[in-house]
Write a protein that binds this ligand. Structure first.
Ligand SMILES: Nc1ncnc2c1ncn2[C@@H]1O[C@H](COP(=O)(O)OP(=O)(O)OP(=O)(O)O)[C@@H](O)[C@H]1O
Length: 486
């Protein structure tokens, strides 16, 4: 944790450029996916990695000449236009062949990726040793953007509202941010239901640590961890991946429950975990359940996870919801009457993400039309969200009804089977889940056998397209919707 070495500025600048480009790139990828569809995207575009920008030209890398030529021929112009729209200073895209070392495109991670083959077991890398880049460069305050996701600037301790349900988790997070690797607090295990602030607290720890000193922080979801790991096996760079991970001061892994059933990745995580803790580095993990309730994780991992500090975040109380709404309304600069805040806090009790989403919509509406926020306007603008909350259709109910209707097995809603006979009803159930509940794409994905949110987005779009093309199919879906609504 030393710093101030020669070359620091250049490294810091390069890192800053990398993380800014990564943000632009992830937006471009979302657009590309929407334009060309998931399958095309995964076949041709997901392997692109972003290189440097020089003057008005950005370099993008592809792993083989064939892919490079294909992408250049089919998508070269579109890539150029999308980059220019994102970053007007970029006018040209240069496609080159290179082994990927930069951050791959979001979703580079096959959603239903085959776990690592036995021949490439995590602890027996077949690859030749690759020099660990991270340990060679001067250590500095950095988010390891080469390795992990950028931190969300909104998620700080200052913007986290503390109340009874989360005060213990908040205090533990603060303590870790102030004194990482303290005995009794390593690992810090945060758990609780969806949308209650686990990710927010993890990012806040990261932001605070970066503010305070020369420390390298890597935050990533467990899902990303797995895909990075699989990617490293495929590209025969597991040793490099391990070295990168083990060179950070603080490793934060979000939504650990994703690793349930992914034995090879669990194994790798376990070894990384031990190596880091033994070297006095801090680990922070979040999950939807406590370590002891995470059945499906290996016992030795659950035991180690529970060895430090375990802190839960409980469901919100009315008081906490009001405090959060007040703070967010005040930060927006739009006047939201107390009775509207109370109405929202009464109606939307599921989690903070939904509460925040509803308030944001009201604020956006007020800004757009320049009208004051009133209770009547709230009921009107949020009628779909409020209806979903009144009706309380669950995703499980939707899955059951859809499976019955198409005469498929309920388990196929969660299975990895992809044949059209099972995939289509699954997509319809995803579509109805999006329409009839206020769940987010990632939450829906989790309910469908831990699928990626992009799979859900693709499924929803597919059903919309089919409904537009095929009136009989549209009628079927509408019928199901009506049955579920009543
Ligand atoms: N106490 C809080 N104060 C302010 N904002 C909060 C609080 N709790 C949650 N939020 C906000 O709610 C949203 C969802 O929180 P977050 O993503 O941290 O949830 P999570 O527990 O990680 O959910 P998931 O299990 O889905 O990953 C974020 O925008 C976050 O800023």
């Amino acid at each position: 944790m030393t710093g101030g070495l020669e070359g620091y500025d250049a490294v810091a600048e390069a890192n800053a450029q990398k993380s800014v480009l990564a943000i632009h790139w992830s937006r471009i990828c979302e657009r590309l996916k929407a334009e060309v569809g998931e399958v095309e995207y995964r076949t041709w575009l997901r392997q692109i990695t972003v290189g440097p920008v020089e003057e008005d030209e950005i370099t993008l890398y592809l792993p083989t000449r064939f892919l490079r030529d294909w992408v250049r021929g089919q998508y070269g112009d579109r890539l150029g236009a999308l980059w220019h729209a994102e970053v007007p200073a970029i006018r040209r895209v240069e496609l080159q062949v290179a082994r990927p070392t930069a951050q791959p495109a979001p979703g580079a991670d096959a959603q239903e990726a085959v776990p690592a083959p036995a021949a490439a077991a995590p602890n027996e890398p077949a690859a030749p040793a690759v020099a660990p880049a991270a340990t060679e460069s001067p250590r500095q305050a950095e988010v390891r953007s080469d390795l992990a996701a950028p931190l969300e600037p909104r998620f700080t301790f200052d913007t986290f509202i503390v109340g009874k349900p989360n005060e213990f988790a908040y205090a533990c997070a603060r303590r870790v941010a102030e004194r990482p690797s303290s005995p009794g607090f390593n690992p810090l295990f945060l758990y609780g239901g969806v949308g209650l602030g686990k990710t927010h607290l993890m990012h806040a720890i990261g932001a605070e640590l970066l503010r305070g000193g020369k420390v390298s922080v890597a935050y990533m979801s467990a899902e990303k961890f797995m895909y990075r790991f699989i990617g490293a096996i495929r590209s025969q760079s597991t040793l490099e991946f391990k070295d990168q991970l083990r060179s950070v001061d603080v490793l934060m892994i979000d939504d650990l429950q994703f690793l349930i059933g992914k034995d090879n990745t669990q194994d790798e995580f376990f070894h990384t975990f031990n190596a880091l803790v033994d070297a006095g580095r801090q680990i922070v993990v979040s999950a939807d359940k406590s370590p002891s309730d995470l059945s499906g994780l290996e016992d030795r991992l659950r035991t180690r996870l529970g060895c430090g500090m375990v802190a839960d975040i409980h469901a919100t109380t009315f008081e906490l919801r009001i405090s959060i709404l007040e703070a967010k309304a005040a930060a927006s600069g739009v006047v939201v009457p107390a009775k509207v805040l109370e109405f929202l806090a009464h109606k939307i009790t599921s989690n903070v993400r939904e509460l925040e989403g509803a308030l944001n919509r009201l604020i956006a509406h007020a800004n757009l039309f320049g009208r004051p926020v009133t209770l009547e306007a709230t009921q009107d603008v949020l009628h779909d969200i409020l209806k979903a909350h009144d009706r309380r259709v669950t995703i499980e109910e939707i899955q059951r009804k859809v499976a019955e209707h198409w005469n498929t097995r309920l388990t196929d809603m969660f299975s990895a089977r992809r044949g059209r006979a099972v995939a289509r009803p699954r997509q319809v159930a995803m579509y109805l889940a999006k329409q009839l509940t206020s769940r987010s794409y990632p939450e829906i994905g989790r309910k469908f056998g831990n699928r990626d949110h992009t799979t859900v987005m693709y499924g929803v779009t597919k059903v919309e397209q089919l409904m537009a093309q095929d009136p009989a199919f549209a009628e079927d879906v509408e019928l199901l919707r009506r049955m579920l609504e009543t």
